[in-house]
Structure formats: structure tokens, C-alpha cells
Design a protein. Structure first.
Length: 222
């Protein structure tokens, strides 16, 4: 479904397209869409692996520009290779990377995989990229704000140093949503041609005692 009413002409506010069909990722090419979110079910083997990873004492860190055709996805995290479900996890990351490369006709991508125990980007913002894929494998998912309930003048320096909750950026707190675990998110950034002023507004979630870490995958144009 689409959050907010559809328009035949360019809408005043950009919209989010929500679905459970991976084919709907192509909706990101629509001028009025700045965020696609695809919910999906995953098998127990993958989810158990992620649970194990989130309990590892040392963080997972992988940041690299990769050539999709030649990259060995089973080399992502060798020290976790002994855990049950490692191959399922690597295959899933490879599948998401293939989707991203096919959708945007890319040969290289910037792949980042991290376990995080803090909010890396705690304030709402728009990325200075063309389009980013985001998937939270475990923990609390990325927060996004419906465009119709955001005062974009309060982004960045416009906040006057105040928090999102005090700056006037958020016009309705009910318009803040979390991406579900394992959901595939595509977020248009400020470098998408024709979308310079309408990038998807999002931030890192606040972590909790019950969910103190998250495993985050992002893909960018390489």
C-alpha cells in the first residue's frame, strides 16, 4: 500500500510504498515515491544465526566496495563461519545485493555490515546518496518519518541544535515508523536526480535494554 493519497501529478509530499512483494522494489523509480519497504519472512536457520551474532563479544564490521560478480560472500565474516546458519546468512546478503545491482544496473556496490550498540545517526536526516538499501537483520529497525508530517526546514542546521522532538521537525509523532526486522528498505537520497529536496527522512532507532544491539546491512552505489 502507499502511505498518503496517490496523485496523477507530482504530489506535494513524497510517499512511502509498502508491500510484501519484492518485485515492488521497482516502485522506487516512481517520481512520487521516496521510500520502498518490503516486509518478508525468513527461515529459522537465518534468524538463529543473527541471534548468535548479536551475542558475540566483538562487533561485526565490514565496509568495502565490492564487485558483485567476483565477490565471495562466504568471506563476509570468517570468524562467524562456525555458527549454524552462516551460509544461509551469506546467501541472503548475496540475494539482496543481486536485487540491488539488478534494479540499478550496477556492477559495484558499497557494502556495509555492522553490529551496532548505539544510534549511529540519532537525528532525522536525508542521505547524500542516490538510493540506499537498508536491512536490519536483528534488533530494532531504522525509523522513518512520513513526508507529509515533516517540516524539512528543521533538518540539519535548521534544527538550531535542538532534538527532533523539540525542533518542530516532527508534526505528528504517529507518523514515525520502524522498519521491521529483515524488511528490505530502499531510501531515495538527495542525489537522486529530480528528488533533491524530497529524500527519505530517517534516523537510527534508540536501542533498549531488551534490544541493545542491531545488525545492519546497507548497500550504496559503488
Amino acid at each position: 500500500m502507499v502511505v498518503a493519497a496517490q496523485h496523477l501529478t507530482k504530489p506535494l509530499y513524497s510517499q512511502a510504498y509498502l508491500s510484501d512483494d519484492v518485485a515492488d522494489l521497482a516502485q522506487i523509480y516512481q517520481p512520487g515515491i521516496n521510500l520502498c519497504l518490503i516486509e518478508r519472512q525468513v527461515d529459522n536457520e537465518l534468524s538463529r544465526f543473527v541471534e548468535h551474532v548479536l551475542r558475540l563479544p566483538n562487533p561485526i564490521v565490514f565496509v568495502e566496495s565490492i564487485d558483485f560478480a567476483s565477490f565471495d560472500f562466504f568471506s563476509l565474516q570468517p570468524r562467524a563461519a562456525h555458527l549454524p546458519g552462516y551460509r544461509a546468512f551469506c546467501n541472503d546478503v548475496a540475494a539482496l545485493t543481486a536485487l540491488y545491482c539488478d534494479l540499478f544496473e550496477l556492477k559495484r556496490v558499497g557494502l556495509r555490515l555492522n553490529t551496532l550498540d548505539h544510534a549511529m545517526c540519532p537525528k532525522f536526516h536525508v542521505d547524500s546518496v542516490t538510493c540506499r538499501l537498508v536491512c536490519t537483520y536483528g534488533g530494532i529497525g531504522t525509523e522513518w518519518l512520513e513526508d507529509a508530517y515533516a517540516d524539512r526546514r528543521k533538518l540539519g542546521r535548521g534544527s538550531g541544535g535542538l532534538s527532533d522532538e523539540l525542533s518542530g521537525l516532527i508534526l505528528d509523532t504517529n507518523a514515525i515508523h520502524n522498519m521491521p526486522p529483515y524488511a528490505i528498505g530502499l531510501l531515495k537520497g538527495g542525489l537522486w536526480e529530480g528528488n533533491e529536496q524530497h529524500g527519505a527522512i530517517h534516523r537510527s532507532p534508540k536501542l533498549t535494554l531488551n534490544s541493545p544491539r542491531r545488525l545492519l546491512l546497507t548497500l550504496d552505489f559503488g
